[in-house]
Design a protein around this ligand. Structure first.
Ligand code: FMN
Length: 142
């Protein structure tokens, strides 16, 4: 069974709701899914997974959350991500998605094989966005 890992950070629950749907999509497609908050995750878990999804809202000024997610991503390298199917997702509010564009480029630079351009939504994910999260999970499991 394919191992899919979902790692997220969320303060008010919007990105968490997305993460749970990504995980459910992968599960529904038959994957062995592990879902962790970033504080519970490790780079070894990333390495062991066949596909990964990371979720983080836009924080600071168009950056990743700085105390947990940013150091976690900084700690990853080609060793964990090289050639690995990877999905990114997250919620934002007043920006235009710059944090996600930057994150996508950064992950490509680490050798990750990105699924699309990152799945973003303003504040609370709609039913349509949750369906897209589910589809992302299914693709990562496939
Ligand atoms: C400290 C802080 C910084 C934020 N910075 C941005 C930002 O730069 N751009 C943006 O679009 N939204 C920004 N937001 C809004 C969050 O991305 C938005 O509320 C998001 O839905 C939070 O997701 P969560 O519920 O998963 O925590 C910020 C929110 C907070 C609390």
């Amino acid at each position: 069974m394919k191992k899919v890992l979902v790692v997220y950070w969320s303060s008010t629950g919007n990105t968490e709701t997305m993460a749970k749907q990504v995980a459910k999509g992968a599960e529904d497609a038959g994957a062995e899914v592990t879902i962790k908050t970033v504080s519970e995750a490790s780079s070894d878990l990333v390495k062991e997974a066949a596909a990964v999804a990371f979720g983080c809202p836009a924080m600071g000024a168009e950056v990743l959350e700085e105390s947990e997610m940013e150091p976690f991503i900084t700690g990853l390298s080609q060793a964990e991500l090289g050639g690995k199917p990877t999905g990114l997702f997250g919620s934002y509010d007043w920006g235009d998605g710059q944090w996600m564009r930057d994150w996508v480029e950064r992950m490509k630079g680490l050798g990750a094989v990105l699924d699309g351009e990152g799945l973003i939504t303003q504040l609370v994910p709609s039913a349509e966005v949750l369906e897209q999260c589910h589809e992302l999970g299914k693709r990562l499991a496939g």
